[in-house]
Design a protein around this ligand. Structure first.
Ligand code: P6P
Length: 338
């Protein structure tokens, strides 16, 4: 049959970032480009380790147990070390916050003007079951005149200049926004390049999927229960489908592409919910808004919230505009005790 010649105009992640950088004109220093390229290299390295670990754990290859057990770093610690070292080496980063590190890392010496907050391997408890996991990151510029201090990242998510995630699954997908919409890239392992495969991702205005851990229903607050009731027993007799992977990157990726709503609410057991603001809620809310969706705590736009602590949590509902508006209505109409 007809031989289809391979594409000859590949838009790699590097080329795409540079094209956006040019769009910024002469103000562009190239620093953000270098930083994002550093994150890209990190994602490739983590992808190869995740793939090996998954293979080893699942088929129990000898490599899973080193001669001395303590050499075998847990994958999330390994991913953290890879990310910290790559960001430090980029020379563009003044402050780092990692889910794996208790204190903010202030880079000494002539460090850059960016701050990167990240969860190096979110959902890693799912690795042994072969479930998709991911790296989530957000980028702030330091405050004017700052050489890098923790206050540079105790700011609302709307101050971020870039955010994204890499999902490690059957393929490796990197989804990124620098404030001009959302673009998705797929790692072509034969080239070692992320190729633009999902340009200008737009979340459908309404979906048919809800994604909550209903195992927590006993603790859910009335507005959350009222909303879930409205989509499980709707007047139109067409209930939503339930999809919950339990790995934020996978649940958010599906929500961005298919639409619907993902939620990790506050409840009687966890008054701020479970998800961390800086490196889970803010980056995913940034991407959701850039793709035309909404992201709320139930009563407030998530990107307007200011964290008091670098590991602070907030309730989160994000997804298709109309679905999230329905959720917000349930909160607005709730008259009971806050
Ligand atoms: P639960 C993974 O541990 C994680 O941080 C997110 O990736 C995920 O959305 C959430 O926790 C799942 O939490 O309580 O439903 O298992």
């Amino acid at each position: 049959e007809e031989y289809e010649s391979p594409p000859t105009d590949l838009i790699t992640l590097t080329r795409h970032i540079l094209s956006q950088q040019y769009a910024l004109g002469e103000t562009a220093t190239g620093d953000l480009t270098m930083l994002l390229i550093g994150i890209q290299v990190t994602s490739k390295y983590i992808a190869s380790n995740v793939r090996k670990a998954r293979l080893i754990n699942l088929v129990g290859l000898a490599g899973a147990t080193n001669t001395t057990g303590d050499d075998q770093k847990k994958l999330d610690v390994l991913s953290n070390d890879i990310m910290v070292n790559a960001l430090r080496a980029s020379g563009k980063v003044a402050v780092m916050v990692s889910e794996e590190v208790e204190e903010a890392i202030i880079v000494k010496g002539d460090s850059g003007t960016y701050c990167v907050v990240f969860d190096p391997l979110d959902g890693s408890s799912n690795i042994d079951a072969g479930v998709n996991v991911g790296t989530i990151f957000g980028v702030y510029k330091v405050l004017p005149g700052s050489k890098g201090k923790v206050e540079d990242v105790l700011r609302p998510g709307k101050d971020m200049v870039a955010a994204g995630y890499t999902m490690y699954g059957s393929s490796c997908n990197l989804v990124l926004s620098t404030g001009n919409g959302v673009d998705g890239f797929t790692l072509d392992e034969s080239l070692g390049e992320f190729i633009l495969t999902h340009p200008a991702i737009k979340i459908p205005p309404r979906g048919k999927i809800y994604s909550f851990n209903e195992g927590n229903s006993l603790h859910f607050n009335p507005p959350t229960l009222k909303y879930l009731e409205s989509i499980k027993y709707p007047a139109n007799g067409k209930p939503y489908s339930a999809r919950y992977i339990g790995s934020m990157v996978a649940d958010v990726h599906r929500t961005l592409l298919y639409g619907g709503i993902f939620g990790y609410p506050d409840d009687k057991k966890s008054k701020d919910g479970k998800l961390r603001m800086l490196y889970e809620a803010f980056p995913m809310s940034f991407l959701t808004e850039q793709a035309g969706g909404l992201a709320t705590t139930g009563t407030r736009r998530i990107l307007d919230v200011t964290p008091k602590d670098i590991h602070g949590r907030c309730p989160l509902f994000l997804g298709s505009k109309e679905d999230v508006e329905d959720l917000m209505k349930c909160y607005a109409e709730y008259e009971g005790p806050k």
